[in-house]
Design a protein around this ligand. Structure first.
Ligand SMILES: Nc1nc2c(ncn2[C@@H]2O[C@H](COP(=O)(O)OP(=O)(O)O)[C@@H](O)[C@H]2O)c(=O)[nH]1
Ligand SMILES: [Mg+2]
Length: 219
């Protein structure tokens, strides 16, 4: 009973900070996009290609990682501002909380930015439980992970606005049924916007980028 009360308290504090951050960034005309998904699904690769291709907009990244700064270094090499959150000191947490995102945003050189990506911690469970303050939640599900994942991790697919089916270039080598993957995801969340993409070949990126530009314009 006590445990439940404490968790409710933490969640409501998190939700409050998230709402404030969302409002503050909307006023600044900065779209905050939370990228979630399993380790290796292609979160960093999707962010990299999107930033390289959308040259008319200015990007920043808030990078969540349990231990290393490897992804931050990869993204900093694009010449964009990157702010790192290592959850190692918080006990290796498997999610990001809105207060940490807000703190990381303050450290980011955000002058003139249009879109800020959050690369969340890699897994399909905990990140879905915490509102980060993002305007758009995106789950990246790669074809090798299999079509059953939306059914196994429903909260992730329920709290996401967009599903990027990544590594579509590999689908021909696998037994995965991409149509079934979409069908399963829409069983959980009928309103989910779905794009089939490859961060390796660039397939499907123009539709995803148009979606992002549109969300930014209508923020
Ligand atoms: N074939 C293929 N490989 C990809 C694609 N996207 C990412 N990868 C590879 O998958 C691995 C993990 O990608 P990464 O972006 O680090 O995933 P993250 O852990 O989710 O950030 C890397 O070796 C990438 O080169 C894709 O669309 N197709
Ligand atoms: Mg990564």
């Amino acid at each position: 009973m006590e445990k439940i009360k404490v968790l409710e308290k933490i969640l409501s504090a998190n939700d409050r900070i998230a709402e404030n951050l969302r409002r503050e960034l909307k006023e600044k005309r900065i779209l905050l996009v939370n990228i979630m998904g399993s380790p290796g699904c292609g979160k960093t690769s999707v962010i990299e290609r999107t930033i390289k291709e959308m040259k008319d907009l200015k990007f920043g990244v808030i990078e969540g990682d349990i231990e290393t700064t490897m992804d931050s270094e990869r993204l900093s090499s694009l010449g964009i501002p990157v702010s790192q959150i290592n959850t190692g000191p918080f006990g290796g947490d498997c999610h990001l909380e809105s207060a940490w995102v807000s703190g990381a945003f303050e450290k980011l050189n955000s002058e003139g930015l249009n879109i800020v990506f959050i690369e969340n911690i890699g897994n399909l469970v905990c990140p879905a439980e915490f509102d980060t303050g993002a305007h758009v939640n995106v789950v990246v599900l790669s074809t090798p992970e299999g079509e059953d994942k939306p059914l196994k991790y429903p909260l992730m697919f329920r709290t996401s606005h967009v599903m990027l089916i990544n590594k579509i270039d590999l689908a021909v080598y696998l037994d995965v049924r991409v149509e079934k993957m979409k069908e399963n995801a829409r069983k959980i969340n009928p309103g989910l916007v779905v794009f089939e993409i490859s961060a390796k070949t660039g397939e499907g990126f123009s539709a995803w980028e148009e979606f992002l530009r549109d969300r930014w314009k209508n923020l």
